[in-house]
Design a binder for this molecule. Sequence first.
Ligand code: TXA
Ligand code: MG
Length: 326
Amino acid sequence: MVADREIEQAVAVLRAGGLVAFPTETVYGLGADASNPGAVKKIFAAKERPHDHPLIVHIAEAVQMAAWAREVPAVAHKLARRFWPGPLTLVLKRAAGVNDLVTGGQDTIALRAPSHPVARALLARFGGGVAAPSANRFGRVSATTADHVRREFGAAVECVLDGGAAEVGIESTIVDISAAQPTLLRPGWITAQQLEEALSGKLALPAAESPRAPGMLARHYAPQTPLMMMEADLLLELAASLARQGKRVAVLARSAQQPLVPGLTWIGAPADPAGYAHDLYANLRRLDQAGCDVLLAEAPPPAAEWFAIRDRLTRAAAGAPAPEAT
Ligand code: TXA
Ligand code: MG
């Protein structure tokens, strides 16, 4: 785990305008002092992220919402009480003076109080808000271990706090409560049903035209290897057919049993959604590194607790060119 001394060093790096990668319960974040524009700029440079994609500001306590949002409606308090610290991000109307780099020039601000003890210690000791996207290059698979972060950024990130493998494994649920009706912007481990229960009301789905969250861009969370998602029977057929043609095929299976086909790189993922999400990005990274021509992922079941996982796989597959299958 992380010693107090390392937290102190990380706080010093943040205060000096540097970047600190840190664990959260969802994925690792690449953090900078959210009130220091020069520091926030470094995040965009390291990630090669377009500037109009806003960042989440991480805070230690719900009371800090008032420093970043000009209005903190009752629903914000309600959701924070129920789900913070935890894997939920709230989008609120931004306060005056919040740096445009953080908000992507929008009138709203995304806030989250993570539950990982290292993130909590860092945020509490730092005292301010830490702007942090997932610690991966833009459009790529998120990092769920400190090792992933180091491989992604090398020396470009001076301080990496190692808090072990992220427990949840996929990014936070994002809900926009800046307008009259709460809107689900990104599905995550906290489900729409849980939110609707807490709100005693319905969530709206985002309007299709404006991808305000890059996680909402069709192609995101993508490995380099073209990925296709399909049901187990089709997957087995296609894998065998491609292998016969001499293609190198990587498979992320869930229920399918590995067939006796030579040349397949095969990972059998956990059958339960929590285990599956926990391993998802590490599995995608491993399969991606196998240097295959194509990656076939078995479709998750159509159940609510698999919804966020299906969302990530769908986005990872979007725009991938289909291999010439027969
Ligand atoms: O679990 C997580 O949320 C992780 C950890 C590190 O906290 N962070 C994360 O950050 O996934 P990032 O930047 O990869 O994704 C944040 C998402 C983006 O899709 C961004 O567009 C959206 O949050 N976002 C940030 N500010 C927003 C705003 N004001 N309105 C709408 N979406 C916003
Ligand atoms: Mg991301």
